[in-house]
Design a protein around this ligand. Sequence first.
Ligand code: AMP
Length: 368
Amino acid sequence: MRLVLLGAPGCGKGTQGQLLAEQYKIPEISTGDLLRKAVAAGTPLGKAAKAVMDAGKLVSDEIVMGVIRERMQQPDARQGFILDGFPRNLAQAEQLDELFEELGRPIDLAVLIEVEVDSILQRLLGRRTCVSCGASYNMFYAPPRMDDSCDVCGGRLKRRSDDNEETIGNRLRIYETQTLPVVERYREQGRLRVIQGSGEIQDVFRALSKAVEEVRATLGSRDRSAAIRRAVARKQNTAADGSAAKAGGSGKTTKKAVAAPAAGKKAVAKKAGAKKKTQVKKKTASKKKTVSRKKAVTKKTVTGKKVAKKKAVTKKVSAKKVAKKKAVTKKKAAAKKAPVKKKTVSRKKVAKKTTKKKAAKKRPARKR
Ligand code: AMP
């Protein structure tokens, strides 16, 4: 479960985050706590952050991203986490999305805990925490039995240095101008739930757990299918490794390497190195083979296309030739017919001429 808790300072993110962490056995990661630890330890990061925190302003995105990146990569955060006080502005929200993409773990849910400003002031101004065991009190509605000491361990109660009126004013202004756009971002992405944060801690927690459970129910099937996909990919990888090991004999080498005495280790390592080289060579060779096969396929396709084109052209040409031949034959046939006609005409003409000649021959005879 990967959760983001949002809300104005003093809305109860820390308290509710810790309850959720206990319930789901995942860490609550508070950037405010991480920065306060750095300040207390006097690290360079803490020294750079202190003045900014005391003024109620936001520590630089660069510092906060560094802190959060390192914390989220620790083993206890593998199964999920609850982010408290982060992201605080749009730039952080965008970088967080990128980081989640890198880690392959998107946010499942963002919950906004809404509380009225009057209650916020009372909560922050009355807040006290035990320096020894971390138990928290409120001087207005949950005071300790003795003013400055813890009911649980007798430790000293402390007020946070940024829980004063002036700083609280700054923190609220920053929340409205810089953090509310983050709330809107999650709302637009359809990942936001809103719960009411006024009232008893356990009532708020009930509402929060309900929202989380509803989302977890839908995530269940998504996580299961993701797990199946991962398992299939693992199996495929193992199969691929297995065949590579068979080809290169690396499996045997590993076994030998484990059993080998110190003196023989070098030789085994050398052998393993040589086998690795062979494997790499084989891989390269198979790659080359694939490439050349691809090329051959391309060539085949191209040649096929060329042949088809050639055939089409030849067909066209031969069709033209046939047509031409036909035309010539027709013409010849016509030509053959034509002299017959001519002959007929000329015969007729000859006949006419002969008749005329005969007539002419006859006419002078008559004159004489
Ligand atoms: P918080 O404990 O969440 O109220 O944070 C206390 C102070 O730590 C804030 O007023 C900021 O100065 C600083 N801080 C905590 N989280 C962030 C953050 N995500 N980005 C910048 N500054 C932060």
